[in-house]
Design a protein around this ligand. Structure first.
Ligand SMILES: *Cc1c(COP(=O)(O)O)cnc(C)c1O
Length: 387
């Protein structure tokens, strides 16, 4: 089977590295805090079922998804530990939430009431985590500065928590700038603790309070509270903007995208390459054709602006990246007497190349990891199990 799956372009997912990252991060978290592994968006492109299973086996306390549909898929595939849906509570999915025992984030009274009504009618029940907006301005109860407004908001949250069929298990917030704004992050945490205190005065208390995602856990030990939410770091990267600082913590990238060269072509100087003729060969060249394009998740704006690895050498992509193919210059390899032939494997993305791809494409590592599309098979490598 793997022969077919590895015939064109595929992503190798190293589950041993995933496990090592988990262990490193577990040790960074307050031993009393629970560990939530974020598996939204197909586990950042790594394969949601296999990654969630691995986290469950490793002893994660919670899995997070972005939609109830993702959560249902996990339940259908053997995930029995608690699952938190971080996405906006959606009344259309209320019954599914109850059926699959998914904990739902709720950030406003209106949706809470709708959901409670639907679920009560079926005599069912769900757990919720109340979301507080302390400065991300995305979802959650906006936490104001004015004391009277605070009491009003706390009153609304109390009403939500006391709705029938909703069990308020948790309360949380999300930092907007944990990587580069200490003052704002501290202010957000302060607001969150203030909200908890005002609710506590109304006798509304929660089993699980949480605030920090990956960078928050690493940079702000005071934000660990009852649970840390780990996303990007589990997949081996600790920094979104400045390249990969994860390696200093011992984190190991988990994904490698590889592609099998389909043709190696000799083309004379002066020939132009690909759509729009954006690259003209300066010399007689040897060009490898790779069956990977933007529909596989290689961003088109890396055209003429990225290099892939072939036999450990960086080979520039020449001309525009097409939907299903791109071309790389292997002339220098020939000059070094390295033979390149159809069937040889090129590394399109790996631990070094992913931060470069993100930088050159003007985006963040998260987006490059999420990119590989459905037609890129994920091949799970678990060296330790094989032995
Ligand atoms: C995506 C997400 C996370 C994980 O973020 P990372 O930066 O990848 O760790 C945590 N919490 C919430 C609410 C999220 O939406």
């Amino acid at each position: 089977m793997n022969d077919y799956l590895m015939s064109r372009t595929w992503a190798e997912i190293n589950l041993d590295n995933l496990a090592e990252n988990f262990k490193i991060l577990r040790a960074k978290l307050n031993p009393k805090s629970k560990f939530l592994a974020v598996c939204k968006a197909n586990a950042y492109g790594h394969g949601i079922i296999e990654c969630a299973k691995k986290f469950q086996d490793l002893g994660a306390d919670y899995i997070a998804v972005a939609s109830v549909i993702e959560g249902a898929e996990l339940r259908e595939n053997g995930i029995t530990i608690p699952i938190l849906c971080l996405g906006q509570a959606n009344p259309d999915l209320a019954l599914l939430t109850a059926e699959y025992k998914i904990t739902q984030a709720v950030g406003d009274l209106e949706n809470g009431e709708k959901i409670s009504k639907i679920i009560s009618a079926k005599n069912s029940k769900i757990k919720i985590h109340v979301k507080i907006d302390t400065g991300m301005s995305r979802t959650g109860f906006y936490w104001p500065d004015d004391e009277n407004e605070k009491l009003k908001t706390a009153g609304e949250i109390k009403k939500l928590c006391e709705l029938p069929s909703l069990e308020a298990e948790g309360i949380f917030t999300h930092f907007a700038a944990a990587d580069d704004d200490k003052n704002f992050t501290r202010l957000q945490l302060k607001k969150f603790l203030d909200a908890k205190e005002k609710l506590s005065a109304l006798k509304i208390n929660f089993k699980i309070s949480h605030a920090a995602a990956s960078v928050g856990v690493l940079n702000y030990p005071e934000s660990h509270l009852d649970m840390g939410r780990f996303g990007l770091v589990l997949y081996g990267y600790a920094d979104t903007e400045k390249g990969n600082e994860g390696s200093t913590l011992g984190l190991k990238p988990v994904m490698k995208v590889k592609s099998k060269i389909t043709a190696v072509r000799k083309l004379p100087a002066g020939t132009t390459i690909s759509y729009g003729r954006t690259f003209e060969l300066k010399r007689d060249s040897l060009i490898a054709v790779l069956p990977v394009g933007y529909a596989d998740g290689l961003p088109r704006n890396l055209s003429n602006n990225f290099s892939v690895k072939i036999h450990e050498n960086l080979c520039p992509i020449l001309g525009r990246i097409c939907m299903d193919m791109c071309m790389a210059d292997v002339t220098d390899l020939k000059l070094k007497n390295i033979n390149v032939k159809p069937g040889d494997i090129a590394t399109i993305l790996d631990g070094d190349l992913i931060p470069t791809a993100a930088k050159n494409a003007g985006t963040i590592i998260h987006e490059i990891l999420c990119n590989p599309s459905q037609r890129v098979p994920r091949i799970f490598i678990n060296y330790k199990l094989k032995i």
